[in-house]
Structure formats: C-alpha cells, structure tokens
Design a protein around this ligand. Structure first.
Ligand code: SF4
Length: 301
C-alpha cells in the first residue's frame, strides 16, 4: 500500500495517538488484555493456545496466522537460537531475539481481535526476516496479496522493495520486514487512529526484540508512526531521524523512503511511461547513504 501523496491528517492522527499511547505506557496508565478467543467465522489467525501447529517460543518453527510455516522467520529464529535450543527459558530477559519474536507472534498477538480489522482480514501479517537483523524495514499495512499469503511485501511492491535491498548489497533474508498494522484495512483504505493505537505496540515490541541498528520507514504513514509526529516526505528524506521507545534504551536512526507502491505508480506516469524514474533512483541513493552512515563502508556485517 502507498499513501503518497495525501494530506497530513492521517499521519498527524497516527503520530498523536502514538505519542498518547507512549505517554500512557510510560506512566503505567494502560494495560492491554490478552486477545480473546477468536469467534468462529471471524477473521483468521492462529490461536496459539489451540492450534496444533503452534510451537513454544524457542522452537525451530514459526507460523503465519494461517498456520503455515513462515520459512524466513523460522530460518532467522533457528540461526538466532544458540545451539538451536528447543527449551523455553523461564526468564524473558534471557530470551534470544527469535524467542521474543515467536512469543510475540504466538502468545501476545495470537489471533488478535483488538481492533475491527480482525473482522475483514484473511491473515495476520506478522513480518518476516532475520531475528538478528541489523536493519528493520517498516511499511504501513498489508495489501491484498499480503493478506492472502500472510507475508509482508509480496507482489509488485515487494519486488520493488527487494530490488532496493539488493541494490545496496543486502539480501531480503538478512533484514526484518514488518508493517505498522498487522491486518489489512478493507480496500487498502487509510488506517484509522484506534487501529494504529491498538496495533503499533506490536511493532514497538518487534523493534525491541530485533534491536536493529537502522530502521527504514517506507512512506509517510510508517515514518509518522515511527517518529511520533507528522512527516512530510520531501522534508524527511535526505537525512536520518531518531526513533525512541520509553521501554528501550537509546535511540535508533530512521531512514525515510518513499513507499515502493508509490514509486511504482510514478514509474507508470502518463508523461513518459518510462521505468526507473528519478524517485526510484533517489530511494536507492537514500538507502545507500543511510547504510553507509550507520554501518560504514563495509555495511552491516
Ligand atoms: S490490526 Fe493489529 S490490533 Fe488490529 S486486529 Fe490486527 S493485529 Fe490486532
């Protein structure tokens, strides 16, 4: 999904809500309930407490909400688990990034029904990639193909994102890819504030688990949600910003890029019909500069 260009109202609302939620969390004024048991016939999503395919944190398999193996996350999880341990350590503070992600996916999000998007989704799109990724890429919300497959950034926009990753010398399996919202808004409409408020805490938990050295925000909505303020793309691109989480230490640099779906639309502009218009080149240049600035000439090892 891509939302440029559009007015700032949604981004501003997302930012306001994110800041409000952060404030509430910081001062202990809000508690979230576990997801209630899914109703029959409602939006799909694996119930970790009942699905025969669900596995305990620390196991070698992770599942999408549809109960299918999610190979990339599974691969990252296995790589991240010392010795491939199958045992769940009692103290969450000692969990590996993979264990934290699997716990978040299966035990916290589960068959989430915390906002109305659960009624229309086909799959919860948790995200995928290396649990120890040095770079986390954040989009807005799943689109139709993502909703169908349970995977983030598949289809044309995903192919374009892959081309950017490869253009700067990285591999998709080496990064972690997630969205602000884990469920598709109907007809790819803009997310509503309460949906952002309900779901953005999962993204923050993913960031705390993976602890990436660089966050990449795709599009204005993701940038606004990460930075906690309205973002104008033409002002945000060209420099690094900071992501802060009161439940985590330090700050994380944020690189803001156009959403790949937006760039695809620019490619197909009626004026020339050319492929590879300046927006695409600008994105690659921005990403390459951010990677060099954060990791140096050798890139993320
Ligand atoms: S969008 Fe997020 S909060 Fe809403 S139902 Fe899906 S996972 Fe839960």
């Amino acid at each position: 999904m891509s939302k440029e260009p559009r007015d700032d109202s949604v981004g501003a609302l997302a930012a306001d809500l994110a800041a409000h939620l952060e404030h509430l969390e910081r001062f202990g004024g809000v508690r979230y309930l576990d997801a209630p048991a899914p109703r029959s016939g409602g939006g799909s999503g694996a119930n970790p407490r009942s699905s025969p395919g669900a596995t305990a944190p620390g196991s070698e398999r992770a599942f999408t909400s549809a109960g299918r193996p999610q190979e990339q996350l599974a691969a990252g999880a296995v790589a991240a688990a010392p010795g491939g341990s199958r045992q769940q350590t009692a103290d969450p503070a000692s969990w590996t990034p993979a264990q934290k992600l699997i716990h978040l996916q299966q035990r916290v999000i589960g068959a989430c029904r915390r906002c109305p998007l659960c009624e229309t989704r086909r799959n919860i799109v948790f995200g995928e990639g290396s649990a120890r990724a040095r770079i986390m890429i954040v989009g807005e919300a799943p689109g139709a193909e993502e909703d169908n497959t349970g995977r983030p950034f598949v289809g044309a926009a995903g192919q374009r994102l892959n081309s950017w990753i490869e253009a700067v010398g990285l591999e998709r399996r080496g990064v972690f890819i997630a969205n602000v919202l884990k469920c598709r808004p109907p007809n790819n409409r803009d997310p509503f504030g309460p949906e952002v408020m309900a779901c953005s805490k999962f993204l923050r938990a993913q960031i705390r688990a993976v602890r990436p050295a660089l966050l990449v925000a795709l599009g204005r909505f993701a940038a606004s949600a990460l930075l906690g303020r309205p973002v104008r793309m033409n002002q945000a691109m060209g420099r690094l910003h900071s992501y802060r989480d009161p439940r985590d230490t330090g700050e994380r640099p944020v690189c803001v890029l156009y959403h790949p779906a937006y760039v695809l639309r620019q490619d197909r502009g009626p004026d020339t019909g050319e492929i590879g218009k300046p927006e695409n080149e600008k994105v690659i240049e921005e990403l390459r500069r951010a990677v060099a600035e954060v990791f140096g000439a050798n890139g993320p090892a």
